[in-house]
Write a protein that binds this ligand. Structure first.
Ligand code: NAD
Length: 387
């Protein structure tokens, strides 16, 4: 009889709010076991080690010096994604890193450069790529069903957070502790989907409100304008201070318009493509007639659990990754560009100068008057993370 292959031994580094979800999923999945946990907080560490019946490490370097795991899942505050990710890849571990893969573009480049051994699986937790609303839209764009894109607009203002969230302490909402605000914490999912669906823009203008709605030193409100190579334009609007808030993605192509909002996928198809109609119609105020195409979609896909399972499958069977980590640089660069454009008052011609952005961030850290925050656990409510 064939012996069952051993499960992938996964060490979880940073056992806060999000990691609790990942460890629950790992326990439900075949072919993976949590073989170790690591956290700089003794209390969080001892609770997690007890709960999962595995050894705990206070320092990731001590963990990586052992042979206790094949793979690591990094769910620490953002700056540590880069340092721990580099150390893990250099010690021959497969890596699944939470979003954002790093705080800024130059750190992303350092992290990605450490992935020299291509036998190691290096993935990022972009769980919203599993959502059928977005996979359907991607398929429509790729097959040309929407025609050439003219405009994309995402209003994602339902990331509402109270002062209590930010006042909870920990690493959040400072330049030094977190490295940014809504663009870095809540929006990496939408920024990743923007680049995954529409590619990278060639130009980015941004207008960010720094501590506009909360007593924080980072951005909590953003309006950005994007230009794409094919002439399409985009807007991206986000906030953590608006209620009830909106999550509406609208994509206009020559062949029609898709709106994704409130669990509805609405496709209004132009019977004659807009560019053809506007060139050929003799009616000054005419418009192409439309057909409403019903696209029923149920549920939001496998999300975090599916990305974790895919990571394990990629280690065991070479499955294609849902979200290769090197693609994570794009959402970071987009967010960095929006902020940089706002801070400098000038649109950014892409690609962003990563070194210039890093210098700007260092300046913000140096000029900060906020109390020095440490990497200890902050608020742990992730209820809106699955939106
Ligand atoms: N994919 C998603 O939907 C989603 C949702 C929420 C959070 N996240 C991401 O998950 C990560 C963690 O967020 P969270 O909400 O769980 O934060 P958290 O503050 O609840 O947990 C972070 C944990 O990391 C520990 N830690 C800090 N520095 C460390 C280090 N150097 N080594 C080991 N442990 C360290 C802290 O003590 C804490 O226990 C962030 O990158 C965040 O953006 C992703």
């Amino acid at each position: 009889m064939n012996k069952k292959p051993p499960p992938v031994r996964l060490a979880v580094i940073g056992v806060g709010g999000m990691a609790q979800v990942h460890m629950k999923h790992a326990a439900e999945l075949d072919h993976v076991e949590v073989s170790a946990v690591c956290d700089t907080s003794r209390q969080a560490l001892s609770e997690a080690a007890k709960q999962h019946g595995c050894p705990g490490f206070e320092n990731h370097k001590d963990l990586l010096a052992t042979d206790i795991c094949d793979a690591v899942l990094i769910a620490t505050p953002h700056y540590a994604h880069t340092t721990i990710g580099i150390d893990a890849l250099n010690t021959g571990k497969h890596v699944l890193v939470e979003k954002p893969i790093s705080v800024h573009k130059a750190d992303c480049q350092k992290l990605i450069a450490a992935h020299t051994d291509k036998n190691l699986v290096f993935a990022a937790m972009f769980n919203q790529r599993t959502d059928p609303y977005f996979t359907k839209l991607k398929q429509m764009i790729n097959t040309g069903e929407l025609g050439r894109l003219i405009r994309v607009s995402w209003i994602i203002t339902n990331w509402f957070r109270t002062d209590a969230y930010y006042a909870g302490g920990g690493w959040r909402a400072t330049w030094k502790g977190e490295g940014g605000g809504v663009l870095l914490n809540q929006c990496p999912h939408q920024l990743d989907l923007m680049q995954w669906l529409f590619g990278m823009p060639t130009r980015v203008a941004g207008f960010c409100g720094i501590g506009k709605r909360h007593d924080i030193e980072v951005e909590d409100q953003v309006t950005a304008y994007l230009e794409y190579e094919n002439g399409a334009t985009g807007t991206f609007i986000t906030s953590t201070g608006e209620a009830p808030g909106t999550n509406r993605l609208e994509v206009a192509g020559e062949r029609g318009r898709v709106v994704i909002e409130d669990d509805k996928f609405t496709f209004t198809r132009n019977d004659i493509p807009a560019d053809e109609f506007l060139r050929t119609s003799k009616e000054p105020f005419g418009k192409p007639s439309v057909s409403n195409v019903d696209i029923p979609i149920t549920g939001h896909g496998g999300q975090h659990k599916q990305v974790l399972e895919n990571f394990i499958d990629a280690i065991r069977t070479d499955a294609d990754l849902i979200a290769p980590a090197d693609e994570g640089i794009r959402s970071v660069e987009l967010g960095n560009a929006m902020l940089y454009a706002s801070l400098t008052g000038k649109p950014v011609d892409m690609p962003l100068d990563g070194e210039a952005y890093e210098r700007k961030l260092q300046q913000l850290i140096a000029e900060s008057t906020r109390e020095k925050k440490t990497d200890t656990a902050g608020p742990r409510d992730i209820s809106n993370s699955f939106a």
